[in-house]
Design a protein around this ligand. Structure first.
Ligand SMILES: *Cc1c(COP(=O)(O)O)cnc(C)c1O
Length: 419
């Protein structure tokens, strides 16, 4: 029997596929080339240099002076690592429903034998839950922690950039809420899709564990994930009793001191990570500050398009618009997945689907990592044509609005061409 795999390349033989989902994001050629180097001995002397370099570089990206643990696993693995290192069976953890990824994390906590309490804002809007259109409400966390006089809650777990909705959360405000309640709970944050796109400061914001992944802002293929850990989290992990072996921080952090891992790390992804860090941190290109400013500007252009179409942006609070992706709510009765399919088939552009409670109601436009004004204009043109072909009534041209936005908002830092 002959097995055939239908690749997008077979379908559209020329040009590039527009991978406009909020992760995996397009991998720059420079990173693909770096990853194509021969795999080396992970116990040899060259490897230690690579290991020490990527560990130091990733600390700069998380903005931390403390250890960053790198796993050969998807982001979900790093969630499990975070919970298994600091929790004991039956521990209460406080989570906040901001969307599909917050909900999956809560499900995982249940499967691990924890007792998650899931806070959410009540109500519906445009036929979708209010809490899936806004960020974490720090005042609700403060009220709940203040009521927990016995300090039963061991951790507060929130998502920094909710990829299912296009809403960020104010992590510094969550830290302030925990401190205002004088509560000892650890702060665990999922910044799988926020890191290296949206401003993120592990140390300054007092985060105990930051979970992240390779395939979003870091512009790498999937398969690598991270835990940035505070000294307090490392201390708690010494006494926490959920089973942990592969995920255990202590052994990895010890062996990382020499640039090695206790097991075989994904060497070629580490080559890619090294290259990605060079690109992101390059001072000639403005470093992290320029990366964040670029994403904010792209998001501004995409929102200008959505507003011109006359469609609601999924995020209802302008203070927490995501710089990484924009969710577009379609009129009730329109199947958003049918629109997405048409855009994929006609224009070779992949958009993010509506996840969980948003299924069929919206699509997501990713604007992260290796993109620029003109690739975004192409993606927006695909959206506009697809919406029109699907019979969705548009108020005006979003493409024109985005062109006006990009033309009138200069690039924040002049971009020298990468070598
Ligand atoms: C992508 C993503 C995940 C899941 O990561 P995987 O690599 O698919 O396991 C979790 N949380 C958020 C916010 C994400 O964007």
């Amino acid at each position: 029997m002959e097995l055939t795999v239908a690749l997008t390349l077979d379908f559209h033989p020329t040009g590039r596929h527009f991978l406009q989902i909020p992760g995996p994001s397009p991998v720059p050629d420079r990173i693909l080339r770096a990853m194509s180097l021969p795999t080396i001995d992970h116990r040899g002397p060259e490897f230690a240099l690579l290991g020490l370099k990527v560990l130091a570089d990733t600390q700069r990206i998380f903005q931390t002076r403390h250890p960053v643990v790198i796993y050969p696993a998807s982001g979900t693995g790093a969630w499990e690592a975070a919970l298994s290192n600091v929790c004991s069976p039956g521990d209460a953890v406080l989570m906040f429903e901001t969307g599909h990824f917050a909900s999956l994390w809560q499900k995982m906590a249940l499967r691990l034998g924890l007792q998650p309490e899931f806070l959410a804002q009540a109500g519906m809007e445009h036929g979708v839950p209010v809490s899936w259109r806004r960020g974490v409400q720090a005042d609700m966390i403060e009220a709940r922690l203040s009521a927990d006089k016995a300090h039963k809650i061991k951790a507060v777990c929130v998502v920094h950039n909710e990829t299912s909705t296009g809403v960020t959360s104010n992590i510094a405000a969550v830290r302030k809420a925990i401190d205002a309640a004088k509560h000892p709970a650890l702060l665990l944050v999922d910044s799988i899709s926020g890191l290296a796109s949206a401003d993120y400061r592990h140390d300054e914001w007092g985060v105990d564990v930051t979970v992240s992944g390779s395939q979003k802002g870091l512009m790498l293929p999937p398969g690598m994930s991270f835990n940035a850990v505070s000294p307090k989290a490392i201390e708690v992990a010494k006494h926490a009793t959920l089973p942990k072996a592969f995920w255990a921080w202590d052994e990895i952090i010890e062996i990382n001191k020499g640039g090695y891992w206790p097991y075989t790390p994904n060497t070629n992804l580490l080559y890619g990570l090294s290259e990605a860090c060079d690109m992101i941190l390059n001072p000639a290109h403005g470093g992290l500050a320029a990366v964040f400013a670029r994403h904010q500007r792209w998001a501004g252009g995409v929102r200008a398009a959505v507003r011109a179409w006359g469609l609601p942006i999924q995020c209802a609070d302008p203070a927490v618009y995501s710089p990484v992706l924009t969710g577009v709510l379609l009129p009730e009765g329109v199947d958003a997945d049918a629109v997405r399919r048409l855009i994929y088939e006609r224009f070779d552009c992949s958009l993010g689907t509506g996840l969980g409670k948003l299924k069929g109601r919206m699509f997501r436009i990713g604007h992260l990592g290796d993109c620029n004004d003109l690739t975004l204009m192409g993606a927006l043109a695909g959206c506009e044509m697809g919406l029109k072909l699907s019979g969705v009534k548009l108020a005006d041209s979003g493409v024109q609005a985005a062109m006006d936005f990009f033309a009138s908002h200069a690039v924040p830092v002049p971009l020298a061409r990468a070598a």
